[in-house]
Design a protein around this ligand. Structure first.
Ligand code: DX5
Ligand code: ZN
Length: 221
């Protein structure tokens, strides 16, 4: 399995100083930037779009940007994110009528493609698309807001998906998003995750490096 990646969610960053916040969290040891896109339709909140992704690239961010689309419909915004410099683009299967087509579109645009599962979304959406996936993202909260508590049933779901990935032989990252912190990251990793989104746990503390170091130390135990 590839290295464990820490993906701070900029949803909890100070938006008035976003470029600086992203620079600081990457300097503190983060691996990829988790970019939450909400449309006040698929989820009850409204955030940022392709212009902000492009602005981060223009600012000089070279780290992978992991775009988590919580929007419906999903297809028409994808080319704009590819153009804006997204590395990963993941979407929720409920937001696409043609999941295979959406995944293929992301790949054809040169990005890495992923499917995101809400806590109660069944895994059968994986059945015929494993060969098109670079990432599977399991939500460990109901999407829409940072700062919620990790839903424990995600651990069983992670174990199921880890098994499916390993049996498939494909190189697919397993990401978890919601309520991840230094106190629970070890058991989340043990359940099979290799990519860890953390918003409030990192941006809610003054010293980003201390939190990220603590997360890595917990995972190494
Ligand atoms: C929730 C978002 C998450 C969120 C995570 O809808 O997808 O990425 O920002 O925030 P924390 O880590 O605070 O739960
Ligand atoms: Zn997210």
């Amino acid at each position: 399995m590839a290295d464990n990646l820490i993906a701070p969610s900029i949803l909890s960053a100070d938006f008035a100083r976003l470029g600086e916040e992203v620079d600081n969290v990457l300097k503190a040891g983060a691996d990829i930037v988790h970019f939450d896109v909400m449309d006040n339709h698929f989820v009850p909140n409204l955030t940022i779009g392709p212009l902000v992704c492009e602005a981060l690239r223009k600012h000089g961010v070279t780290a992978p940007i992991d775009v988590h689309l919580m929007v419906n419909p999903v297809d028409r915004i994808i080319p704009d994110f590819a153009k804006a410099g997204a590395t990963y683009i993941t979407f929720h299967p409920e937001a696409s009528l043609h999941i295979d087509r959406t995944l293929q579109m992301i790949k054809d645009l040169g990005c890495k493609a992923g499917l995101t599962f809400n806590p109660a979304t069944p895994l059968h959406y994986l059945d015929h698309v494993m060969d098109k996936l670079d990432m599977i993202l399991l939500m460990s909260v109901n999407p829409g807001f940072g700062g919620q508590s990790f839903i424990p049933s995600t651990l069983d779901k992670l174990r199921l998906v880890r098994k499916r990935i390993d049996e498939s032989g494909f190189n697919i990252r397993l990401e978890v998003d919601g309520g991840v912190n230094a106190a629970n990251i070890r058991e989340i990793k043990a359940a099979g995750a290799d990519t860890f989104v953390a918003g409030s746990a990192i941006f809610g503390k003054p010293d980003y490096k201390a939190v990220i170091d603590e997360m890595r130390a917990e995972m190494a135990k």
